[in-house]
Design a protein around this ligand. Structure first.
Ligand code: AMP
Length: 221
């Protein structure tokens, strides 16, 4: 069982799964969700659902995503603000793909503070860039995601280095526990490393009181 222990076990756990595009955040988040019973909140999934609806916002977001750019902070923060209270009401949340900029991280802190919460732990997946590109091109063949073209992948890597990497330093400076995990190898191997990197498995059982974990569904990414 994966433990992402809260500051106060009675409180919802707030975890972030972090890493560059193609590092396996979505895959690992789904596994952690079912093992540790955290609610997996993927901003990429939410945005893809919005694009699929074909709303005016969805169309605009679709163009941004297909180019490999980040959608504006205000929009993504509003989306998370709409989803967070429900997720926070449960055992905990595992954020996937958010925050991707320091401004988003600051906005998240402000939202969490309203409920007396804070980010408890960041799991940072590390994969060499050449392997990331290979994985994304392979995924393009299997899933046909509009942002898995060579041009969009290059832009997503650029945005990651320019804006997203700094989020890790932001959390380190705040004293948040950042756990670095080797993201190479099979999903099983990576998941095993995550399990080993996190503290005592009993942390979840300890938190299984009235506010403790409740199994929630979610989709793989
Ligand atoms: P993902 O599924 O996490 O790889 O996200 C796919 C795309 O959705 C990204 O390349 C961005 O265009 C957009 N996106 C997802 N999350 C965010 C975010 N937190 N901030 C800005 N754009 C995002």
């Amino acid at each position: 069982m994966v433990a992402v222990q809260a500051q106060d076990p009675a409180q919802a756990v707030i975890g972030v799964i972090f890493g560059p595009p193609g590092s396996g955040k979505g895959t690992q988040a789904s596994r952690i969700e079912s093992e540790a019973m955290l609610k997996h909140l993927s901003t990429g999934e939410i945005l893809r659902a919005e694009v699929a609806k074909g709303t005016p916002t969805g169309k605009e977001v679709g163009r941004i995503m297909a180019a490999g750019d980040l959608v504006p902070d205000e929009l993504i923060v509003d989306i998370v603000r709409g989803r967070l209270p429900e997720a926070e009401a449960g055992a905990g949340v595992l954020l996937d793909g958010f925050p991707r900029t320091v401004r988003q991280a600051q906005a998240l802190d402000a939202m969490l503070a309203e409920e007396g919460h804070r980010v408890d732990r960041v799991i940072a997946l590390e994969v060499p860039e050449a392997e990331l590109v290979e994985r994304l091109l392979h995924r393009a063949e299997v899933e046909g995601r509009s942002d898995d073209t060579r041009e969009a992948i290059a832009e997503r890597m650029h945005e990651y280095h320019k804006l997203t990497e700094a989020v890790l330093d932001y959390y380190r400076r705040q004293g948040v526990d950042v756990v670095r995990v080797d993201g190479t190898g099979s999903p099983d191997q990576v998941f095993e490393r995550i399990r080993r990197a996190l503290p005592s498995p009993s942390a979840w059982e300890d938190a299984s009181g009235p506010k403790g974990p409740g199994r929630v569904g979610g989709d793989a990414n």
